[in-house]
Design a binder for this molecule. Structure first.
Ligand code: LHQ
Length: 259
């Protein structure tokens, strides 16, 4: 249900239930978790590309799942979120390496919001993002109310959430919800080129950059300047900083080692 392909310096993780547009069931959650665990344990993995098999990226929760906590007389969706989706969102945000999402096709429900939890989102021009939740009487989850409000503001957040309007990739990019929309047949080449360049980059600095940017939304400028002071101090102690400056002064490409 998930394909984990190791490349030189990075990994490609592909959600692989194409007959269901890669909707999440328990097996897919567990396999994704295992793939992320193995990337994290692998010293040579400097970036992850997350994508989907077939014509969709991910259609969110598998609504045909027989799990009684999801469908039944007294479902507990809060428990489903706390067991599977919330840890996944926290994990993607907290990973000490960049996560690139290559949205190859429709991203609906939690599928859209998991894409937004990744650090850099590229989408095929034919892809669409759908906050499908209102169609089944739910609210956006997997961070949806957070990403939409933060990136778009309340007006667009509420309209997307309540209408389930399919937002085309190019609009998502021009609205600032994702990094960019690319031609369908260029998607994987662009995503893997980015992963390769991150894999050869200063991994520690990328992790600290994520941390600083995530802290920004809850902080005043003064508080954020403090965050930058602390994290830059740490970056300044890295071998990669020494190497970066030496390479600049010697007019040669830097040879980063990620520490
Ligand atoms: C699916 C699904 C799917 C099962 C397509 N499930 N089969 C968290 C916690 C706990 C509980 C609840 O939820 C959550 C978070 C959530 O994510 S809730 C939101 C769940 N997702 C949705 O409501 C989206 C449902 N899917 C759709 O609206 C459409 O499939 C979209 C707009 C994504 C794509 O439409 P089409 O391109 O027309 O494709 P399709 O509808 O024909 O789908 C292809 C097949 O995939 C089809 O099966 P079939 O056997 O008829 O070929 C669908 O039934 C199946 N599929 N999404 N979520």
């Amino acid at each position: 249900v998930v394909i984990h392909e190791r490349r030189d310096g990075y990994s490609i993780i592909t959600l692989n239930r194409p007959e269901r547009l890669n909707a999440f069931n328990e097996a897919q959650h567990l396999a994704l978790r295992a793939a992320i665990d193995s990337c994290e344990a692998d010293q040579d993995c400097g970036a992850i590309v997350l994508t989907g098999a077939g014509r969709g990226f991910c259609a969110g929760q598998d609504l045909a799942d027989r799990d009684p906590t999801i469908l039944g007389d007294s479902p507990d969706l809060g428990m489903t979120l706390e067991t599977y989706y919330n840890p996944l969102v926290r994990r993607l945000r907290g990973l000490q390496m960049p996560v690139i999402c290559a949205v190859n096709g429709v991203a609906a429900g939690a599928g859209a919001n998991i894409a937004f939890a990744c650090d850099i989102v590229l989408a095929a021009k034919s892809a669409k993002f759908i906050q499908a939740f209102s169609k089944i009487g739910l609210i956006p989850d997997a961070g949806g109310t957070y990403w939409l409000t933060k990136h778009l503001g309340e007006a667009r957040a509420k309209a997307l959430a309540m209408t389930a309007h399919p937002l085309p990739a190019e609009d998502a990019a021009s609205w600032g919800l994702i990094w960019k929309a690319v031609d369908d047949d260029a998607l994987m080449a662009e995503a893997t080129a980015l992963a390769e360049s991150f894999a050869n980059g200063p991994t520690r600095a990328f992790a600290l950059t994520k941390q600083a940017i995530h802290a920004a939304s809850g902080n005043s400028l003064e508080e954020q300047l403090e965050v930058e002071r602390a994290l830059q101090r740490e970056a300044g102690w890295s071998d990669d900083y020494k190497e970066g400056v030496a390479a600049f002064l010697q007019k040669r490409p830097a040879n980063y080692r990620g520490r």
